[in-house]
Design a protein. Structure first.
Length: 117
């Protein structure tokens, strides 16, 4: 499976961005991890083909993940962005399980999100 992500960029604190990631085929779970300089990689959000969602604690209530199974595309709407959201966001696909399970995962290229304060 190939993943194509888009939508990163520079935004002011309090603003919004939307990330998109399209897979080349139907896949069970899709979502994002992120990694900021000097910090561990962390889950942002994931969604299964059935619509079950999972969010990292730091983004709950601000970010919303959704999915179009016809287009094999997942969207991450990020609202109320904070400077601590600045990171490289990686689209990830899980072939048979949630992306938090480190088996049969595919990582896309990262897209940089920068939030200025």
């Amino acid at each position: 499976v190939q993943l194509q992500a888009s939508g990163g960029g520079l935004v002011q604190a309090g603003g919004s961005l939307r990330l998109s990631c399209t897979a080349s085929e139907s896949i069970f779970s899709m979502g994002w991890f992120r990694q900021a300089p000097g910090r561990q990689r962390e889950l942002v959000a994931s969604i299964s083909s059935g619509g079950t969602t999972n969010y990292g604690d730091s983004v709950k209530g601000r970010f919303t993940i959704s999915r179009d199974n016809v287009k094999n595309t997942v969207y991450l709407q990020m609202n109320g962005l904070k400077s601590e959201d600045t990171a490289v966001y990686y689209c990830v696909a899980g072939r048979y399980a949630d992306i938090t399970i480190p088996v049969n995962r595919k990582w896309g290229q990262g897209t940089l999100v920068t939030v200025s304060s």
